[in-house]
Write a protein that binds this ligand. Structure first.
Ligand code: TRP
Length: 330
């Protein structure tokens, strides 16, 4: 008799528990109504260029009819360059039922690609998607990945250096040894600079801890510092500019955002526009297109951007023809 009572009580407890758990699961499911899409964005780190790309993605989606909190839910994760968090955050975005994933910067895109071969992934401004082993062929990606490449117009940038700073003999390339995408750019700069009779010296940092000593050394050995599409350096741009300014050494970066932060000038792709284009591609996939058949998008030409505060500070005369076509920032 006592045993029967005990069993009865246990049964009731299970039924009640089952009821609540069931309702909880149902509630979770029902928060995603069928017309609402989910986009999971993994941004590798915060720096002005990547922040602009992220804002551009939201704009590109909205322009194509996917408005945040109306018919699309955007979930953003950012491990602030912490490698160990890339994997867990990728898993989290996939666990959240994202319809499309977006990787902003190479390490984020690679982390997502390692976790899924099915859910579409859109690349948010990846320098070299093939070398990064994200796609086999830029024209025919073939798998679940497509997106935007921000490979920058390196030869035009070197020519701009030649034009603005005709006395430059040695350029120092400042980059991070931990970022694969920087290495191929270093080779390209070396190649084009050599053709222009400019000598190139490499300055690689292992982490941001080295930045002070490495930039100080570079500033004493070169006439100009060039910064490729490197997330580590982009994250510490104000420090780089401060040291370079102290030595009166001009800095030529790849991004418009980095000119705004104190770079002298460049021929750059607009970071926000890169994001807008990424957002457009996300929306095409949400509407049913398949990444496998969507070629990687690259902007063909960049715009001249000049920081007029820096030209004054460094006493650099900008030729009229360059000034005429340039966007001025400071
Ligand atoms: N292309 C970089 C990558 O693949 C990311 C990036 C976009 C970037 N815009 C930038 C890095 C501007 C430095 C500066 O990782």
């Amino acid at each position: 008799m006592r045993n029967k009572k005990k069993i009865g009580v246990i049964l009731v407890v299970f039924i009640v528990l089952g009821f609540f758990l069931g309702r909880e699961m149902f509630d979770k499911k029902s928060t995603k109504n069928s017309s609402e899409k989910k986009v999971g964005i993994l941004q590798y780190v915060s720096h002005p260029a990547l922040d602009d790309i992220e804002k551009g993605i939201v704009k590109g989606l909205a322009d194509s009819g996917f408005k945040e909190n109306k018919n699309v839910k955007i979930i953003l994760r950012n491990p602030q360059a912490d490698q160990s968090k890339l994997k867990t955050m990728s898993e989290e975005l996939i666990g959240n039922d994202s319809d499309v994933l977006v990787g902003i910067a190479t390490p984020a895109a690679q982390a997502l690609a390692n976790q899924t071969k099915d859910i579409p992934i859109v690349l948010g401004a990846i320098t070299d998607p093939v070398t990064a082993k994200l796609v086999k062929d830029e024209k025919k990606p073939g798998g679940n990945i497509t997106g935007v490449s921000d490979k920058s117009p390196v030869s035009s940038q070197v020519l701009l250096v030649k034009k603005l700073l005709p006395k430059v003999r040695t350029v120092g390339i400042l980059y991070s040894s931990s970022e694969d995408s920087s290495k191929s750019q270093v080779e390209e700069v070396k190649h084009t600079a050599k053709k222009q009779g400019i000598f190139v010296k490499e300055y690689a940092v292992a982490s941001t801890n080295d930045i002070n000593s490495v930039v100080n050394m570079a500033a004493q050995e070169v006439d100009c510092i060039y910064i490729p599409n490197d997330n580590t350096i982009a994250s510490v741009m104000p420090t780089v500019v401060k040291i370079a300014d102290d030595h009166k050494i001009p800095v030529i970066p790849v991004a418009d955002t980095m000119v705004k932060e104190g770079g002298l000038a460049t021929i750059a792709l607009n970071q926000y526009e890169l994001g807008v284009q990424t957002g457009r591609m996300v929306s095409q996939i949400l509407k049913g297109k398949k990444p496998a058949t969507m070629p990687i998008f690259s902007f063909k030409t960049g715009k001249v951007v000049i920081n007029t505060k820096q030209t004054k500070k460094l006493g650099i005369e900008i030729p009229e023809d360059v000034l005429k076509v340039a966007t001025k920032v400071n």
